[in-house]
Ligand binder design. Structure first.
Ligand SMILES: O=P(O)(O)OC[C@H]1O[C@](O)(CO)[C@@H](O)[C@@H]1O
Length: 545
């Protein structure tokens, strides 16, 4: 099966449509076709996806669908789900879908069915969650845990943190724990927590790292260990402290054991789960703790619903595939190089950060699967913030800047479900204000507005999508994340790149290791002249302090 459709006849047809539409304003497209709202929308269960404010017409959409068909995008999902080594540069599968598979149909990796191992880890996770919920997990002094701190970074932090924040109102009644997330290696987050907010006797640390070699996470874990040992001051042995106060989550059990995590407190996942796709594995432990296993399973079921859709829906009806085609259209054919993710729901405040990693680490590539230079753009710059806040920050650029940006709006019809009766009217008012702003912005960006005064003119013609869910629940959050995962995969298959490796992050890590050595031994000098001058400056200032 060929991968990548760049430059194919179907690609050229799309290019011709882009040429035809480049000078046509969205205002015109909207005026020409009163049926756009019906024509350019798709639904999937509780989700309505409106893309009528994209700079397309029916002929262009047909050409994009034909491109998706010519690129055999749907066929490319079979090897992904079946465990073939789709991550070619690391020669391994990317089987995040198996983690949320709802039945026990076998999925083979190198001849071995991985489903039994997944079920075993899920059962172990459920057991640890149950012990913590029941207050049966005791610290060194015999008291139950009050705080759980997830120490992880990137995929071992962003997903769980985002999901726990998004689903705050779904806290399991037995979860009386405070959850914290620490990722930054500068120590400030962790030291502030240790100093003021945590009681060593009742704090459980979860060291979450696929590789268990990430210096950020291990440094934070070592700081946490030292803090605990300092507080027990020799009253208990180190192994006992580590057993009572640390859980490890990793694909590297030897490294977990080497660090001191007791085997019974190790949760495993596997090399064939990409870090940024790992929320569905034991990395989701904090989410399971917060929601309970049933809630966590609902998250998985939501994602599985999208897995079923992406494999079976025709290209013209397939949400992730259409999302991918439209992004390639905007980026490569219309020249829009950035996409803003704008949730109109404070619960999704961390979604932009999550998507920054998912999308830019996956699509930030400049060679094809076989190592040739990619002749077109790969993935756009993705960033964002909650919409109402961003309106008072960077929307100026979205409306009047010279750089047109594709804007993705995400909202829910209903707000939080746990509002007390006496606050319901005010809460509904807030929610309607929120939705009014969301709808207003998409309309304003698309249509713009004229004025005699050039400073008050809005060019418009800025494309926007709206993902509108009935409500935010574990199920719909699972759907949302899976939609983006599959959008990224379809995009990668269209372009012929590998969305599952991230070699680009390694060079900086290597140089940082060398420079840490330099900074910690006064006689070492870096090779690079600029870095050497900066190190010299830092040394002088350190000496002056
Ligand atoms: O889970 P780990 O192995 O600590 O890695 C954390 C993150 O670091 C990265 O490898 C990037 O450096 C991400 O891909 C990953 O999610």
């Amino acid at each position: 099966m060929n991968v990548g459709a760049v430059g194919t006849p179907a690609w050229q047809v799309v290019a011709a449509h882009a040429e035809r539409l480049r000078a046509v304003h969205l205002r015109q497209l909207l005026a020409d076709d009163p049926q756009r709202a019906q024509r350019f929308r798709r639904t999937l269960g509780p989700l309505l996806w409106d893309f009528s404010r994209q700079r397309i017409d029916q002929a262009a959409l047909d050409a994009l669908v034909a491109l998706g068909e010519a690129a055999q995008l749907l066929h490319h999902f079979a090897p992904l789900f079946c465990g073939e080594p789709v991550n070619v540069s690391e020669n391994r599968p990317a089987l995040h879908t198996a983690l949320r598979q709802q039945d026990d149909a076998p999925v083979y990796v190198e001849g071995e069915d991985v489903i039994p191992a997944i079920r075993r880890e899920q059962a172990k996770m459920a057991e640890l969650v149950a012990r913590l919920h029941a207050g049966q997990w005791r610290g060194y002094s015999g008291f139950p845990m009050t705080d759980v701190v997830n120490l992880g970074v990137g995929g071992s932090d962003l997903g769980p943190q985002m999901a726990v924040q998004a689903l705050e109102e779904f806290r399991h009644p037995d979860c009386n724990l405070r959850l914290h997330f620490v990722s930054n290696l500068d120590g400030r987050e962790l030291l502030a927590l240790l100093k003021d907010r945590l009681n060593p006797a009742t704090t459980l640390f979860v060291v979450a790292s696929k590789t268990f070699t990430t210096i950020d996470t291990l440094t934070n874990a070592n700081t946490a260990r030292e803090w605990l040992l300092r507080h027990v001051d020799g009253r208990f042995d180190e192994a006992a402290i580590l057993r009572q106060h640390f859980i490890g989550i990793s694909a590297n059990p030897a490294a977990m054991s080497g660090w001191g995590i007791a085997p019974e407190h190790q949760l495993r996942f596997w090399e064939w789960v990409g870090g940024r796709y790992s929320l569905w594995s034991a990395i989701g432990f904090s989410v399971a703790l917060w929601l309970g296993m049933d809630g966590f399973n609902e998250l998985l079921a939501g994602a599985a619903a999208v897995d079923g859709h992406v494999r079976t829906a025709a290209v013209a009806e397939n949400l992730p595939v259409l999302m991918a085609l439209l992004e390639v259209w905007n980026h490569n054919f219309l020249g829009l190089h950035a996409r803003a993710v704008l949730p109109y729901d404070g619960r999704l405040a961390l979604l932009p950060r999550y998507l920054e990693q998912l999308e830019m680490e996956s699509l930030g590539k400049s060679v094809t699967l076989d190592g040739q230079p990619l002749p077109v753009h790969s993935g756009p710059v993705v960033w964002g913030d909650t919409g109402p806040n961003a309106q008072h920050a960077f929307y100026q650029l979205l409306h009047q800047g010279t750089e047109a940006v594709m804007c993705e709006f995400i909202a829910t019809v209903r707000g939080r479900s746990d509002v007390p009766v006496e606050e319901k009217t005010r809460a509904l008012h807030h929610q309607r204000l929120n939705l009014a702003n969301c709808l207003a912005q998409i309309e304003a960006l698309a249509k713009g507005a004229d004025s005699k005064d050039p400073h008050r003119r809005y060019p418009g013609n800025r494309p926007g999508n709206l993902l509108l869910f009935d409500a935010l629940t574990p199920h719909t959050l699972g759907m949302l994340i899976a939609l983006y995962e599959h959008k990224v995969y379809a995009q990668a298959m269209l372009l012929g790149i590998n969305p599952f490796d991230q070699w680009g992050v390694e060079l900086g890590k290597r140089i940082a290791r060398e420079l840490l050595n330099v900074l910690e031994s006064a006689d070492k000098v870096p090779q690079d002249a600029v870095t050497a001058a900066l190190v010299e400056h830092i040394r002088q200032r350190e000496a002056d302090a």
